[in-house]
Design a protein around this ligand. Structure first.
Ligand SMILES: NC(=O)C[C@H](N)C(=O)O
Length: 337
């Protein structure tokens, strides 16, 4: 029996055409290009349906309402298909993959987010291999989680960041191994794949836009700047600190953070480093941040941290409950140390 895969086509370079102002999503273009490529219709390939969204978006336009729409689309079609592909621009692909991983509970079918760096219909496009392999994996290697496929690699979606603006090898999962590597053989990294078979129906946890501040520390950063970001209605602040979670011991800044924590603003200390995890106990300069009430972002990507905060702040939770959930591994987004 051939598998049936649902493709939610949201936009991105994969279906774009050149215009006077640069690449732009073009309705009908991708569907026509796929129909004209014989590889997609070989007998080894699954059946698939492409649902084109309107409007198609450059992913730099994506908002939480779009994450919600994609999640609900998957839920609506869940019982009719064996797997799901989300065709998406690369710019915010890691945010959407992370958001979907939190929003979709009791997932027991694959959801693979993919796209390309060069439009599918152009010479040397990476779109064909990305979409072809994503369809093939969704049908034959059903990983029951939200994944991201790019450059012959299947990643856990909430572990990814876009790390290269130019290369086909545009994504990395610095703190978690890839799930599958596609070469001459398809290499499944056994043990890394969660194959849950849940009897519970798929559930979509609604998500809404949340006022979240994001500050990257730099030498000489002024406390007034942080004070401004902490003004109402902010509910959480992500600090991108140095190394294992260190920051300057500026008393004014530490007092601002302490006051924000007392006021119920959730402060999450993440690292500017691409790889590794936060350990605020390592240095006095990290300890001072911990003493303000800031919690550790551990080894979460910035995309996972931000979308997890959206997910939790969209629920009826106290700041203390949000902190507890942030520290807990909900969907494989963080490692236990
Ligand atoms: N490669 C891409 O898809 C980039 C594009 N700007 C997007 O994110 O939609």
């Amino acid at each position: 029996m051939k598998k049936n895969i649902y493709v939610a086509y949201t936009g991105g370079t994969i279906g774009m055409c050149p215009s006077a102002g640069g690449y732009v999503p073009t309705p009908g273009h991708l569907v026509g290009a796929v129909a004209a490529m014989p590889e997609f219709h070989r007998k080894e390939m699954p059946n698939f349906t492409i649902r084109e969204y309107s409007p198609l978006l450059d992913s730099s336009e994506m908002e939480p309402a779009d994450w919600q729409r994609i999640a609900e689309d998957i839920q609506t079609n869940y019982h009719r298909y064996d797997g799901f592909i989300v065709l998406h621009g690369t710019d915010t692909m890691a945010f959407t993959a992370s958001a979907l991983s939190f929003m979709l509970t009791n997932l027991d079918k694959p959801v693979i987010v993919t796209g390309s760096q060069i439009p599918l219909a152009e010479l040397r496009s990476d779109g064909q291999t990305n979409l072809l392999n994503a369809l093939y994996l969704a049908a034959n290697y059903p990983v029951a989680e939200v994944c991201l496929f790019f450059n012959n690699t299947l990643y856990r979606g909430n572990r990814c960041s876009k790390v290269d603006a130019d290369s086909f090898d545009a994504f990395a999962s610095p703190n978690y191994p890839s799930l599958i590597n596609v070469g001459i053989d398809v290499r499944v990294n056994a043990g890394k794949i969660s194959k849950t078979s849940s009897n519970e129906p798929l559930n979509v946890q609604p998500i809404s836009p949340q006022p979240i501040g994001l500050v990257r520390l730099y030498p000489g950063i002024m406390p007034e700047l942080i004070e401004n970001i902490l003004r109402q209605p902010v509910k959480a602040l992500i600090l991108q600190s140095y190394g294992v979670g260190n920051g300057p011991g500026n008393q004014q800044m530490l007092e601002l953070l302490k006051k924000a924590d007392d006021d119920g603003i959730v402060i999450v200390n993440t690292t500017q480093c691409l790889k590794g995890h936060v350990n605020m106990a390592g240095y006095v300069s990290g300890n001072k941040l911990a003493n303000t009430g800031a919690i550790s972002g551990q080894d979460m990507t910035i995309e996972a941290t931000l979308t997890k905060l959206h997910f939790l702040l969209s629920q009826d939770l106290t700041p203390q409950q949000v902190k507890e959930q942030m520290l807990r591994n909900l969907r494989g987004e963080l490692s236990a140390f």
